[in-house]
Design a protein around this ligand. Structure first.
Ligand code: KG4
Ligand code: ZN
Length: 341
């Protein structure tokens, strides 16, 4: 028997994503982004993003159907991001998903965006083993998830207490006068700097944080330390060694994410780690995680970068897992939840 054909819709931030998945096979992943419009303002403007989703939804859906050579009538289920994310953008995506569900007479499944960032890896590296650890890092989230079943049993062990990793990069980028989003620019500068030039603090890694905050992250103290360091030199009229600042900052973030994630894998006796979210494009994190996972004997699964940033494939993948498990569909009055746990 062939698996059901699941259409996934993602609109939680600035990307409009539509994808088709059958089982673990990705038929098409169509994405439009409004980032160029937000870059001018130095941050995502929800109102602008909502309007962009409204304009992009039908063309993105059409393109997906065309590329996959699929008729809407062949779709068996609709999966849509119900949260977390920006309320306006989520509302556009869920409204489209509800309309399709009613029009096609197929079930609707509201799913969690952060879990989707982990689920997409099943399309790349195959079905998860029984138990995996997932680190989801982006501009909006930095979460450590213990996954016993991607559709039914995901426990958030910890998350950031303040800034997400990508958010900290974007703020330090602004401080260094880099364009928005600063993350990729810092990554590029850091490759030519000395990661040990400046010893920046590692949040929540002290012995006193090992209990309650063992699996949590904190990057705002680090961001402030970078700001103080740069401002002190500026006050003295000194040149800022941007490559070394970028490298030392990026290394501090990668060091914390890597050390705490591997410690959690050990503590929970998990042998496979999935890393997802837009920030997993970061080369300092990818390199350090690869080295330390190899040393620790942990299998590391990181999808290609186009599946790490927001997309429809992650939502279709999670939808397919939910359908496979036979879970009940969502009601048609499915609400959006901007801070969905
Ligand atoms: O997942 P994503 O596309 O959107 C959110 O849900 O936030 O992640 C975007 C975030 C931004 O903060 C961006 O600066 C960061 O990921 N990012 C990077 C890199 N590529 C994207 N940060 C550091 N290094 C990169 N190479
Ligand atoms: Zn995301």
């Amino acid at each position: 028997m062939t698996s059901p054909l699941v259409l996934g819709i993602e609109t939680s931030c600035d990307e409009t994503g539509v994808a088709l998945v059958r089982g673990e096979e990705l038929l098409v992943d169509s994405v439009a982004s409004s980032m160029d419009e937000h870059a001018r303002y130095g941050g995502i403007i929800p109102e602008v993003a909502s309007r962009a989703h409204l304009e992009a939804m039908v063309p993105t859906l059409r393109r997906a159907l065309e590329v996959a050579d699929v008729d809407l009538g062949q779709v068996d289920a609709i999966a849509v991001t119900a949260g977390p994310g920006l309320v306006g953008p989520l509302t556009v995506g869920t409204a489209a998903a509800k309309a399709l569900s009613i029009g096609l007479g197929v079930p609707l499944y509201g799913v969690n965006h952060v879990i989707g960032h982990a689920a997409v890896d099943e399309l790349v590296h195959g079905r998860f083993p029984d138990r995996v650890m997932a680190l989801v890092v982006s501009g909006g989230h930095s979460s450590l998830l213990l996954v016993d079943d991607i559709a039914t049993s995901v426990t958030e062990l910890g998350s950031t207490l303040d800034d997400a990793a990508g958010e900290a990069f974007d703020k330090v980028g602004r401080l260094l006068g880099l364009p928005y989003p600063g993350g990729p620019h810092i990554d590029r500068l850091a490759r030519e700097g000395d990661p040990e030039a400046i010893r920046f603090p590692r949040g929540l890694t002290a012995a006193k944080d090992q209990g309650r905050h063992a699996d949590d992250f904190s990057f705002s103290g680090l961001k402030t330390a970078v700001a103080r360091w740069v401002e002190a030199r500026q006050d003295l009229g000194q040149q800022i060694p941007v490559h070394d600042v970028a490298a030392s900052f990026a290394f501090a973030v990668a060091d914390v994410l890597t050390a705490k994630t591997i410690a959690a894998c050990r503590r929970h006796d998990v042998g496979t780690l999935v890393v997802g979210g837009g920030f997993s494009a970061n080369s300092q994190l990818r390199d350090l995680m690869a080295v330390r996972c190899a040393e620790a004997g942990i299998e590391l699964r990181i999808p290609p970068i186009r599946y790490c940033t927001d997309n429809g494939a992650m939502i279709a993948a999670l939808g397919a897992a939910v359908v496979r498990r036979g879970l009940p569909p969502s009601e048609l009055d499915l609400p959006v939840d901007s801070s969905m746990p």
